[in-house]
Ligand binder design. Structure first.
Ligand code: ADP
Ligand code: MG
Length: 697
């Protein structure tokens, strides 16, 4: 066994109980894990505080003063030792609950000490429990200037593993580790990027001598972390590309041409043409395609997907389009069916609410190859759905599908189908680089001509009457209006009440028969939802009151006003998605963000960004900066959140360098056969993290 793989239990001072606790609380299982459990900050011992200026929020302060008035209080188990520490500016209490006898004997009253510890407030006074003490006259140059501070948990602290306890363990482990921490990066990489070697970097991060070394060593470990993550993804991608197992779609045939020439009433945008070309190139390469298609709402992604599905059909294959909600699936089905009318393409819809008998028929026809395009929700990935020859898969709004769900589609074909993943929630560049290292990426960065940018306005409750009269004037011009309420799972019942109250007030304000109002929410069955959506789509109702179920993909070009209630409760990406529901026609459209008068700072910031920008990519970057990657949908299964040191928002330059470096290596040595790359080969073999993502879209 490698030294770094030694179970943590065997480290002196750990043992089974603490080991179990370290595993549970900090995910530390081995020596290697503890070595990589880095301090989150340092206390500079030369930066002393005075007692008067102690900041009790500090995890650690360094004081210099004399000890007075030592005495014990209480009896038996509740006995404690207290003393007073005094400097020129004031005094505080020091307190011990354990080892009292020894401390009382060794502490010298009226003598100067350097005292370090975590200040806390007890009975209105500041004290420090179990401080570190050393005689001031004993302070030598060999003492460490920086004390590492490790984060710990209440449970660990109860077992003596507060920051000091952890520091003791790391110090001991580092002594043992001398010469036994292997390098993980190829020599060529270490040299090229002038990185400190691994053992050195690790030691320095725990016990640094100066700030400069800390920075360099942390850079090195961040680089390593991002490099290995990239290696996971890119190795999987190279691996896939080296296998020649993709369907070869070499012809552009009759269906595509007839659709393109006879049905398309508009010219494709330049961006759409470019993307279709990119996908075409993949489809005839002989390698299986895994491509991410990003484009703002309304940029025409679905149309691109349809064109590509037709190519698959022209080459004798079936295609499948999977959407995250039933509403969306229904809508895709209705649109596509209508667009393909008379072209002899078999299109079917499969969702949870299709009747069992109809389902059975669809499945039979699918297997017989009588259906060319299957559109549906996750019903299409149920076990008993079998295709005859599935060659092309489109996944709409991918972030709503879990990894597992997606990987199921993959298994529905003997030969892996080409996969196109579409998202209207743009992924910030750094994130895309890190997360989708193994996907190719196409971007539609151009809206169809004639679209006017949506005007976004922030209104508070006080302006509600104005908003109502604005709605009236838009409806008078023949337009339609969405009014959206938040629906957040934990408080679903409350939210439903909000929605119903809102609905009633809207009905009062916009009475029948002049106004017709639709309502859609998650608690309705899909038949009722479809009915209401249908009425709105056909223009029979002027106002659609709903929860965020309409968030993705709903397409009613005549709707020109989107009102978002309690807008401060939505995340930026969601607000942007909702706003994308309007501005689909040629009319000027509006998005009105309703909030209360009082807003938190972050709420205000989100609203301001929305008012200022229509650019999905800018909004996504801002979202990432405001919330951090932890809250972004779909990232939970990715490696991003397991990063220990690196932070993809602030370490973009390192992300870039690591990515380039991995690319260079894999281009030159795709199977990692060079001696210098042996460490990487080993890593790949040991690490299974790549599997989850490598196989999937
Ligand atoms: P997305 O899926 O990216 O949100 P869609 O493919 O649904 O966008 O397109 C939005 C609307 O724009 C649809 O009504 C579609 O027919 C229309 N559209 C798509 N491409 C063009 C184009 N090049 N010119 C004009 N209209 C287009
Ligand atoms: Mg869409």
């Amino acid at each position: 066994m490698l030294f770094v793989d030694t179970p943590i239990e065997f480290l002196k001072g750990v043992g089974p109980a603490r080991a179990a606790m370290l595993q549970r609380e900090l995910d530390i299982h081995t020596y290697g894990d503890l070595l990589e459990y880095f301090p989150y900050r340092y206390v500079d011992r030369s930066q002393r505080s005075t007692i008067r200026d102690i900041n009790i929020d500090e995890p650690y302060v360094v004081l210099r003063g004399t000890i007075h008035d030592m005495h014990t209080v209480g009896e038996g188990r509740s006995m404690r030792l207290t003393a007073r520490l005094r400097d020129d500016t004031g005094q505080i209490e020091l307190v011990w609950f354990q080892g009292i006898k020894w401390i009382r004997e060794s502490l010298k009253p009226d003598t100067e000490y350097i005292v370090m510890g975590k200040p806390s407030v007890f009975n209105g006074h500041i004290n420090i429990a179990h401080p570190d003490l050393e005689r001031a006259d004993n302070e030598t140059a060999s003492n460490r200037k920086y004390i590492p501070i490790y984060s710990s948990t209440e449970k660990l602290k109860a077992k003596g593993l507060h920051t000091k306890g952890i520091a003791k363990l790391t110090e001991q482990l580092l002594r043992l580790a001398e010469g036994r921490i292997p390098e993980t990066l190829p020599k060529s990489v270490v040299a090229k990027y002038r990185l400190p070697d691994r053992a050195n970097a690790i030691e320095v991060i725990h016990y640094p001598l100066n700030q400069h070394d800390i920075a360099l060593s942390r850079q090195r470990m961040k680089f390593e972390e991002l490099f290995l993550l990239q290696l996971d993804y890119q190795y999987a991608k190279h691996d896939r590309q080296m296998r020649s197992n993709g369907y070869m779609f070499s012809v552009v045939g009759e269906k595509f041409n007839r659709f393109y020439n006879e049905r398309l009433t508009f010219e494709l945008t330049g961006a759409q043409k470019r993307v279709v070309k990119e996908i075409r190139a993949d489809m005839k390469s002989g390698h299986q395609m895994n491509r991410l298609l990003q484009g703002d709402v309304g940029s025409g992604k679905t149309l691109v997907a349809l064109l590509c599905m037709l190519i698959a059909i022209d080459n004798g294959c079936q295609a499948c389009l999977m959407a995250p909600t039933e509403i969306l699936a229904n809508q895709h089905y209705a649109n596509i069916k209508q667009m393909l009318e008379g072209l002899g393409v078999g299109v079917e819809l499969l969702t949870g609410s299709v009747k069992t008998s109809a389902k059975k028929k669809i499945k039979q026809r699918l297997q017989a190859g009588e259906i060319d395009i299957l559109i549906g929700t996750h019903a299409v990935i149920e076990n008993d759905v079998a295709f005859r020859n599935l060659g092309f898969v489109v996944i709409d709004e991918q972030h709503r599908f879990g990894v597992e769900q997606r990987s199921k589609l993959w298994t529905k074909s003997a030969q892996p189908p080409h996969v196109l993943v579409m998202t209207a929630t743009p992924i910030p560049r750094t994130l895309a680089m890190t997360l989708y290292g193994d996907l190719d990426c196409s971007i539609i960065d151009e809206l169809p001509p004639g679209r006017k940018a949506v005007k976004t306005i922030h209104c508070t409750d006080a302006q509600r009457l104005k908003v109502f009269s604005f709605i009236r004037s838009e409806i008078a011009k023949g337009r339609q209006v969405y009014i959206v309420y938040p629906l957040i799972e934990e408080s679903e019942t409350m939210d439903l009440k909000d929605l119903m109250d809102g609905y009633e007030s809207i009905v009062r304000e916009f009475p029948l028969p002049q106004y017709q109002i639709s309502i859609v929410h998650g608690r309705m069955d899909s038949e009722a939802k479809d009915y209401e959506m249908g009425r709105f789509k056909r223009g029979e109702t002027q106002i659609m009151v709903s929860t965020t179920v309409i968030e993705v993909g709903v397409d009613v070009p005549n709707a020109s006003v989107m009102i978002i209630e309690n807008a401060e409760r939505f995340g930026l990406s969601q607000l942007h998605q909702l706003r994308g529901r309007v501005g689909r026609g040629a009319e000027q459209s509006y998005c009105i963000l309703m909030t209360s008068d009082k807003l938190s700072n972050s709420g205000r910031e989100r609203i301001n960004i929305m008012v200022q920008s229509n650019d999905g990519f800018r909004i996504a970057e801002a979202d990432l900066k405001l919330r951090g990657p932890g809250d972004l949908q779909g990232l939970q299964q990715s490696g991003i959140l397991q990063l220990k040191l690196a932070d993809i928002v602030n370490d973009e330059p390192i992300v870039r360098a690591a990515r380039e470096s991995v690319q260079e290596i894999l281009d030159r040595d795709p199977r990692l056969e060079e001696l210098d790359n042996a460490c990487l080969k080993l890593y790949i073999q040991k690490n299974k993290r790549a599997l989850a993502w490598g196989k999937i879209s």
